[in-house]
Design a protein around this ligand. Structure first.
Ligand SMILES: Nc1ncnc2c1ncn2[C@@H]1O[C@H](COP(=O)(O)OP(=O)(O)OP(=O)(O)O)[C@@H](O)[C@H]1O
Length: 299
């Protein structure tokens, strides 16, 4: 569903090239998301998460590298094709609950609006709006305006709006950022419902450890690159469906680059240069000052 390869986004600030400052928000990022996956994207502030989401949403274009969503190349997408992509292929949810909805329209009208832009017949619009509000568990709020809804209800309406045109990919940027823990769980459940009931691929940018704990794959971005992944395998039958503890993996890119976690490098004093030793089934990474032991102990 999503295939990013060596994705680069450079922002130039300043009005003239010679006094401008360059910021490399994405520095050769690789990311693959399978159809039907529910994935969390985590990373420190400034690591490039929003930049990636803006590219996947069709709101921004990469400076280099490739980004494809559902077979669409986002680097070359122009004009009407870009508008159609934004309307039909992706749905987006912002952190600021108020930013997702028009304040003077009811929940039902907010959900119908994107379908109107996409040319869906009026009767179908009304039916689908109620179906989606029902799926999100807020059918009773259909005739209320956002001001009459709680933050969590507003966010569930926002998910229904994002799903209105049956997008293949749903992008949620910190969807629980303004909400308390109990309400965050409701929003996560709503996103999971979209994923399981409608088959929509869902990518959630989050700082929320609760959300990151519940998905099968969490991808960490560091300095504009995917640096690590945590995979959770479903628990064996009879364990009440509780997810097994996550195993963290580092991401090896196409040219062989790897980011070692600071928790590993600092205690061993690994810096600048390390010794690599190729063994039959693994690679050893040694501080520059040490020699690998001849007997192979201490791996
Ligand atoms: N329009 C822009 N012009 C210049 N620099 C930008 C622009 N947008 C983002 N950046 C820079 O790119 C880097 C990545 O920003 P981005 O917003 O993608 O990070 P983030 O991981 O989403 O952070 P946060 O969690 O705080 O939202 C930052 O250094 C940021 O200052």
């Amino acid at each position: 569903m999503v295939a990013c390869e060596s994705l680069v986004r450079i922002f130039r600030t300043g009005t003239r090239a010679r006094d401008g400052v360059e910021v490399q928000a994405l520095q050769g990022l690789d990311l693959t998301v399978r159809e039907g996956e529910l994935l969390a994207l985590v990373g420190a502030s400034g690591s490039g998460k929003s930049t990636l989401l803006a590219i996947l949403a069709g709101l921004d274009t990469p400076s280099a590298g490739t980004a494809r969503v559902a077979g669409t190349d986002l680097g070359t997408l122009k004009g009407r094709a870009r508008t159609a992509y934004r309307r039909r292929t992706v749905g987006t949810i912002q952190q600021q609950t108020a930013a997702n909805l028009l304040p003077y329209l009811t929940a039902r009208e907010n959900v119908q609006l994107p379908m109107g832009y996409a040319g869906v017949p009026r009767r179908r619009r009304a039916e689908r709006a109620m179906e989606l509000l029902g799926l999100m568990g807020i059918a009773e709020a259909a005739d209320r305006t956002p001001a009459m809804l709680s933050g969590g209800e507003q966010q569930r309406v926002a998910i229904a709006v994002a799903l209105a045109n049956e997008p293949r990919l749903l992008l949620a940027d910190e969807p629980t950022g303004e909400l308390d823990t109990a309400t965050s769980e409701e929003i996560f459940d709503a996103l999971r419902t979209a994923n399981t009931e409608l088959g929509t691929t869902v990518l959630i940018v989050t700082h929320d450890a609760l959300v990151a704990d519940q998905v099968s794959r969490t991808v960490r971005i560091r300095d504009g690159r995917t640096s690590a992944e945590v995979l959770r395998r479903p628990a064996a039958a009879g364990e009440d469906g509780v997810a097994a503890a996550g195993q963290e993996y580092a991401v090896l890119d196409r040219v062989g680059r790897l980011q070692l976690p600071r928790e590993f490098t600092e205690p061993l004093g690994l810096a600048h240069r390390v010794r690599l030793v190729l063994e039959a089934d693994h690679i050893e990474v040694w501080p520059d000052r040490e020699q690998p032991r001849a007997d192979g102990a201490g791996d």
